[in-house]
Design a protein around this ligand. Structure first.
Ligand SMILES: Cc1ncc(COP(=O)(O)O)c(C=O)c1O
Length: 388
């Protein structure tokens, strides 16, 4: 059926997509789905940092919700989907993030693309906002700027000195100011100085939006992200359940007034079916487990530090990583793909990350360490890397 549809010839321009893909393949930039049936000796491509996707209590919470509520939320939160499970989870998130309120959405991408777009809406603000962004922000944040038709003012990656310079340049402007960054950067594994950023924002009366996708579960007070730490509270902390919590969905923590505005103005919240009760129950349980997982976080940190040191001793460029996300920056796309293929042939799965996900000439292997990795897995990775 699919072949008949594709070759129906009704769309004369269909071949342009094929040509585009062929050109990307030539440059080593084509993305393709990996085989779903492979069993690796060690897999460093997953973001299940705390291995919570398999945790018996999380799985059990999902099973119980399944039998009580069924599989789906049956509607948007504004219609039939506002289950009691949501309210309880949001109250817990708000308390742990030291925020007035929280709101749960269906994915991290959707949250960044639509919550941020609603916040920087020039019509609502009464003026075009000035939005200061880290150069390496995630694609979902860029999506928001396109939707809102707002131009970004970009500061050098992680550089508060450059951010300060740019804020000073606009010090006399009465336009609303926003600062948008990640607390842990997903492709580099480095952290932004959150207290420094907050201090700078207060000096310039700027609203801080911080993406904690890769910090949630792993870093900060009780694993609740860097913005849960004293002196690090921001105007809006966003985080995902899709990485450290092992499931899917996302949250924002913010003031009550901002949450009320988003409930009535955020398209990704209004026009999308609420997350399944199965996912909410599982993620609530995973969230509750975080304060009990200090030993797992200590293990992850020690393993990450050890791997970083070994890679650097081998002469690899691991950039500015200081967390469980460790890149090996190779630069060239084809070289990166060849290295990934070699590792896979040895049974080790790592991600090959290429532009435009990362800047030109910084193609890399990305390794994400998880608590289910053992010293033997790390040794196998290091041994396989010797052939790269
Ligand atoms: C920094 C960052 N923000 C947001 C997202 C999107 O999250 P989700 O996978 O829940 O859509 C990702 C995932 O790749 C990410 O790395």
């Amino acid at each position: 059926m699919a072949a008949r549809f594709a070759s129906s010839g009704m769309t004369a321009f269909l071949h342009t997509y094929e040509r585009h893909c062929a050109s990307l393949a030539q440059q080593g930039l084509l993305r393709q789905l990996p085989s779903s049936s492979h069993h690796w000796l060690a897999d460093f491509s997953s973001n299940d940092y705390l291995s919570l996707s398999q945790h018996p209590q999380v799985v059990d919470a999902a099973a119980q919700a399944l039998s009580r509520y069924g599989v789906g939320a049956t509607g948007s939160r504004l219609l039939s989907g506002n289950l009691d499970l949501y309210e309880a989870f949001e109250a817990r998130i708000a308390a742990d993030k030291h925020a007035e309120s929280a709101l749960v959405l269906s994915s991290g991408y959707q949250t960044n693309a639509t919550v941020l777009a609603a916040l920087i809406n020039a019509k609502v603000l009464g003026a075009e906002p000035l939005v200061f962004c880290d150069r390496l922000n995630h694609a979902s944040l860029h999506h928001a700027f396109k939707v809102a038709d707002v131009k970004q003012i970009r500061f050098r990656h992680g550089s508060l000195a450059h951010l300060s310079e740019l804020l000073n340049k606009h010090a006399d402007s009465t336009q609303p100011k926003f600062i948008v960054a990640e607390s842990v950067f997903g492709m580099d594994g480095d952290c932004i100085d959150v207290p420094g950023l907050v201090e700078l924002a207060r000096q310039h009366d700027a609203f801080v939006y911080l993406d904690e996708a890769h910090a949630t579960g792993v870093l900060g007070e009780h694993g609740y992200g860097l913005t849960a730490n004293p002196g690090s509270h921001v105007d809006m902390a966003m985080g995902t359940f899709s990485k450290g919590l092992g499931g899917s969905g996302a949250y924002i923590a913010c003031s009550r007034a901002v949450r009320d505005y988003l409930v009535t103005a955020c398209t990704g919240f209004i026009y999308s079916t609420a997350l399944s009760p199965v996912v909410i129950a599982a993620m609530h349980k995973a969230w509750e487990l975080l304060p009990t997982m200090d030993a797992e976080r200590t293990y992850l940190t020690a393993m990450s530090n050890d791997l970083s040191q070994r890679l650097q001793a081998m002469g690899f460029d691991t950039g500015t990583s200081s967390t469980h996300i460790i890149p090996i920056i190779l630069g060239d796309e084809q070289r990166t793909l060849a290295a990934r293929d070699k590792l896979q042939a040895a049974g080790i799965n790592v991600s090959a990350v290429r532009p435009p996900t990362v800047p030109p000439n910084t193609a890399r292997l990305r390794m994400a360490l998880c608590t289910h990795h053992t010293p033997a897995h790390i040794d196998a990775l290091v041994a396989a890397l010797k052939s790269v």
